[in-house]
Design a protein around this ligand. Structure first.
Ligand SMILES: Cc1cc2nc3c(=O)[nH]c(=O)nc-3n(C[C@H](O)[C@H](O)[C@H](O)COP(=O)(O)OP(=O)(O)OC[C@H]3O[C@@H](n4cnc5c(N)ncnc54)[C@H](O)[C@@H]3O)c2cc1C
Length: 644
């Protein structure tokens, strides 16, 4: 798809440039007096939290932002493979796949040894992330991703829409109420910034609050949470531009290092014409903020043009620009529980996204770490509010995501050094002529982290069973369920198994059958299905409300090696009735695809098979042998609550 040919235009890229309008602002409505969850900030972290909670009609949510309406321009632009997978869980990946620039190659440019004032391409390589996911890393306006989340909220059962033009002033937590989970201990005071009632104060009371209000988070400050790490010392100019140029790699992501003028990172953007450029500016003084650097887009363009010599880059339009500072900081905790809190204290306030980790923009990690933060928190919050899981589940958010933030800060420190510095004297004396080689090595080493697909959580009661890892070496416990294709028995359609794990708060159990035929009731798969369907200790039996569909809490799938299966011969627990007519669900039984066999692709033990238990956020909770019925029950009993 091509767009922006006659100038950048925000909005829905499915609509031609000529008639495209910016995403509409919802009408101003009064803030609710009381809600279950208050979310402050409509960035990717806040919108993902809201998008997740919007799935549940029994949870009231309010999301607020100080801006007058949805984002239109700029900011983060990289959409990692993992972010795409999460958008698939929200049923919105197709648009992104269609609209993004797909990152397939990287080019490296350095001073020409024969003429060091000129840059010269050293090499071009395939992107290290290719093959880590069924999705390809893409580049698109952050605002477009916001729109897809906003559309999903609006069209959900709750019809949730943000409240704009409200600035959070203060946030108080009444500690005398925090032990009572039904109470509303949080009081947030907002100031209206719109023209109708400027300065008017509004108050919202909430059971839980999520601060997704960016790097200068008022929520974080109100909770007394400190950011630890280095403050900024390097400013980068960033701009989205439409250019006419003779630079041959204008449609290839490029790392460009000049001899004397610094570095540029070029990222082609969606629509065929737009490009993003990160231009290295000067080192900041101690304590100086990027906002105080009195540079304009003209200075950034002039610097970029010097770096590009001998190529000419004529900027026809600047769609957006900003001066961005590099500083790697992470919050000491991601919720309101003090570090020495008693074990049974339930957190009531959380920070996510830039509110708890800040870093440079070059790795493209801001959005791609912020959005999965709340993808981790959202289902947990819903499960606790709905009384399905014990409140201690909420403590795992900070534990799991803080580890990721620390990895991010570490990776960003390394990348910032590599992208911004000329080869050191030592590198030159070691015969290392280039530092773009170091970038390439870094990218290859960190590819799983950069793609988001290699991110895993610590062992805990939510990620367990590591002694069984060899039953399926390609499904790493703690990491996201790596999708692969299998063939649906009922109609022969190839189906990505990972795409069955939607963001609907349900747990999934994938039964990967052994060599024994599952149609035989005494086979290990047959026994497991019998246990799941009928045993009083089965988590499906124990945690599914009496009148609810059998798969409404735990959704079970069967994937078998045997090719000649007929749905009628499989126990009907795997094609259960559901909905008001009791219609049969035929989408749960699969066989391996010949030539693209999931058992081979994911290293599943063909003799023994295994169970893979997948969390509502698509991460693998545990791997178990097919006969580990007691262990499976014990896993869920650790944190689930039976229905009343
Ligand atoms: C100006 C700017 C430029 C950026 N450029 C890049 C870039 O070039 N590349 C890159 O990878 N990343 C960039 N980022 C970072 C990237 O956008 C973030 O990492 C990502 O958006 C983080 O998402 P988030 O939801 O945590 O926070 P944000 O996207 O920052 O969202 C926070 C939201 O909270 C709202 N808010 C803040 N305070 C209040 C308050 N008191 N009351 C109500 N609402 C409030 C803000 O209006 C904002 O909408 C940029 C960020 C900014 C702010």
């Amino acid at each position: 798809m091509q767009y922006h040919r006659n100038g950048f235009k925000p909005g829905n890229y499915q609509i031609p440039d000529e008639v495209r309008e910016p995403y509409p602002r919802p009408p101003l409505a009064p803030l609710p007096a009381e809600v279950d969850v208050l979310i402050v900030g409509c960035g990717p972290a806040g919108l993902t939290m809201a998008r997740q909670l919007a799935e549940f009609s029994d949870i009231s949510t309010c999301i607020v932002d100080r801006e007058p309406g949805p984002l239109l321009f700029g900011r983060a632009d990289g959409i990692s493979c993992r972010t795409m997978e999460i958008m698939e869980a929200f049923n919105s990946s197709e648009m992104i796949v269609k609209e993004t620039y797909q990152l397939r190659k990287n080019a490296f440019w350095e001073p020409d040894p024969d003429n060091p004032d000129h840059i010269k391409r050293t090499h071009k390589i395939s992107d290290a992330r290719i093959g880590l996911s069924e999705f390809i890393h893409g580049i698109v306006n952050q605002a477009r991703l916001h729109e897809l989340l906003l559309d999903g909220m609006k069209h959900s059962v709750t019809g949730l829409e943000p409240h704009y033009s409200r600035k959070l002033l203060t946030l108080d937590i009444d500690q005398s109420l925090t032990h009572n989970l039904d109470a509303h201990p949080i009081t947030a005071t907002f100031e209206r910034l719109d023209d109708d009632q400027p300065g008017k104060k509004e108050t919202v009371k909430a059971r839980y609050v999520v601060g997704t209000d960016g790097a200068r988070s008022v929520v974080r400050k109100s909770l007394g949470i400190e950011l630890k790490g280095d403050s900024a010392n390097k400013a980068w100019g960033v701009m989205d531009v439409l250019v006419v140029t003779d630079y041959p790699d204008i449609r290839v992501k490029s790392f460009i290092q000049s001899k004397e003028h610094g570095a540029v990172m070029l990222i082609p953007r969606e629509g065929g014409y737009l490009v993003r450029m990160y231009v290295e500016l000067d080192i900041l003084e101690e304590g100086q903020r990027a906002a105080s650097v009195k540079l304009t887009e003209k200075d950034i363009i002039a610097k970029m043009q010097r770096i590009y010599h001998p190529f000419t880059v004529e900027v026809k339009e600047v769609a957006w620009w900003s001066i961005y500072e590099v500083g790697q900081r992470v919050a000491e905790r991601f919720d309101d529980r003090p570090l020495d809190a008693p074990e049974d204290q339930t957190p009531r306030a959380f920070v996510a996204g830039d509110a708890c980790h800040t870093h440079s923009p070059k790795g493209g990690w801001g959005l791609n770490t912020s959005l999965p933060d709340t993808f981790n928190l959202g289902w947990k919050m819903a499960a606790v509010l709905q009384g399905k899981s014990q409140p201690k589940l909420l403590q795992t958010y900070s534990l799991e995501r803080r580890k990721v933030a620390e990895q991010l800060i570490d990776a960003d420190r390394q990348l910032s050094r590599l992208v911004a510095t000329s080869p050191s004297a030592k590198q030159v004396s070691d015969g290392r002529q280039t530092n773009t080689t170091d970038i390439e090595e870094f990218m290859a080493r960190q590819n799983g982290f950069i793609a988001g697909t290699g991110i895993g959580y610590y062992p805990s009661y939510l990620c367990t069973g590591h002694e069984n890892q060899e039953l399926a070496s390609g499904f790493t416990i703690g990491q996201r369920f790596h999708s692969a294709i299998a063939v649906r028995v009922a109609d022969g359609r190839p189906q990505h198994l990972g795409h069955l794990v939607k963001a609907d708060g349900r747990w999934r159990i994938f039964i990967f059958g052994s060599g024994q035929n599952p149609c035989n009731s005494s086979s290990d798969s047959g026994n497991l299905i019998e246990f799941l369907a009928n045993d009083p200790s089965s988590p499906v039996v124990r945690y599914t409300p009496k009148k609810a569909d059998i798969d409404s809490v735990i959704d079970v799938y069967g994937v078998f090696q045997q090719q000649e299966l007929s749905i009628q011969d499989i126990p009907d627990f795997l094609w259960p009735p559901g909905g008001k007519y009791g219609l049969r669900n035929y989408d749960k039984v699969f066989h391996a695809e010949v030539g693209n066999d999931v058992f081979d692709l994911r290293g599943i033990n063909r003799d023994q098979g295994c169970m893979v238990v997948v969390r509502p956020d698509q991460h693998i909770a545990t791997l178990l042998p097919l006969n580990a019925h007691t262990e499976l029950a014990a896993f869920f009993d650790e944190f689930m609550i039976p229905p009343r």
